[in-house]
Design a protein around this ligand. Sequence first.
Ligand code: IMP
Length: 424
Amino acid sequence: MPSTSVIGMVWGDEAKARVVDIFAEKTDIVVRYQGGSNAGHTVIVGDEKFVFHLVPSGVLRPGKLCVIGNGVVVDPELLIEEVEGLEARGIEVYKQLVISDRAHMVMPYHKVLDAATENSLGSGKVGTTLRGIGPCYRDKAGRSGIRAAQLVDPDSLRVLLARNLEHVNKLLTRIYDREPLEFEPMYEKLCKLGRKMKPLLKDTVQLLNDALKNGKRVLFEGAQGCMLDIDFGTYPYLTSSNTTAGGICTGSGVPPKMVGEITGVLKAYATRVGEGPFPTEVFGPAGDEIREKGAEYGATTGRPRRCGWLDGVVARYAATVNGVDNLAITKLDVLSGQKAVKVCVAYEHDGTRYDTVPGDYRALEACKPVYEELPGWCEDISAARRLSELPRAAQDYLDYLERLVGARIGLVSVGSERDQVIHV
Ligand code: IMP
C-alpha cells in the first residue's frame, strides 16, 4: 500500500513532526488533512529550529511535494507569513506546496469570535489556541464558510464576506458586547492575500488519487491527537476536526482502501494543553520536572503544558480507533532520572474498575488512575541508536508498552536531533 500515516495518540504534542520528518525522506508527498494553525509542529535540524503551523513538516526535505488538503482550515494571513518566513530561510515552499481549492479559510472574524466565545464561557472555557479553529469549522458545517476558491475570486469574496460580516457584527454587538468589524479594510487585505495564494491552489483530490495510482508514496501528517478528536475525544474539551484516522479520507479525498499503514505516535509520558480531564496529571514539583526536562511549552501559544504519566487506557483506545499498526515512542530520554516510571492501566471510580475511556468527560474527570510502577533508569540515553544500547529498565518499559497497547514499536526517539532515533 503506497500511503502511510502519522497520527497523535493522546492530546497532541506527541512530537509527530519529528516522526514525519524522518518518514518524509522515503516519501514523495506529505499531506496535512485536518486542523489548522492551532498545530505547532517542531523539527530541529542541526542548530536550526523550525515550527510549522500549516505547512506540512515534509517541506524540509527538498523536492517533496507538500499538500494542504480540503479538511484543513487555512488562515491566509498566517499561511503567507509562514511561507514567506520559510522562503527567507532558503526553503523553496512556493515550489513544493499546493493547497486544496476546497479548503476553508479562517477569516479574521473567526479569531475574534473564538476569543469572544471563550471569554463568555468563563471558567467553562475550552482553553483554545484562539486561532479561530472552532468558529471556522462551525461555519463549514453551517454552510456559510469561505473556501480557498472563493478567497481568490474578488467578486465572490465581496458577496460572501459582506453577507457573513453582517451576521458576525450582529453577534459581536448584540451578544458579545463588542465593536463591529469593518468590511473594506478586511476585504482589501484578504484580496491581497488571495493574490498570493492563488498560484498555490489545485484540485488536490485529483492530484492525490492520480499520484497513488501512479505508485507515488504519500504520507499523511496528523495534527493534534486522538483525545482532541471532535467525535472520540473529551467533548467539549477538544478541537473541532477529526484528528483520528477517519479524518484522512474526509480531509484529503483519498478513499479508505488507499489508506495503508498507520503509525501512532505516543510520547513516553503524557501532556495536555488547555482545559479538560487528564486523569494521570502530576501536580507540583514532579510535574514541573517533566515539563522543564521535556521543554513542554506550547509551540503555538507558549502555554506551559500540563504533564503526567502515560495513560495506557487512552493509548489502547487510540490504537483501536485509529487501527494503529506501529508505535513511535517519543521523548523517552525525558524519563531518564526517574526512580520509577508509572503507567496508568485502568481507572477506578466508586470501587469499580474501568478498562476503557468513558464517553462522558465528567465520568473521566471522576476517575482515578490505577497505576503499575516500573523501575526507572538514570543513564543518559540520548546516544543510543539500537534498543540493545538502552538500559535494561528502558527496554523493559518499551516491551511493557507494546504489550499494553497491543502494537509493535517501530521507532523510538531519544533526543530532538534528527539522528537521535532508534529504528526497531
Ligand atoms: P482549538 O483547536 O484552538 O479550538 O483548541 C481546542 C483545544 O485543543 C484546546 O484545549 C487546545 O489547547 C487544544 N489544541 C489545539 N491544537 C493543539 C495542538 O496542536 N497541540 C495540543 N493541543 C492543541
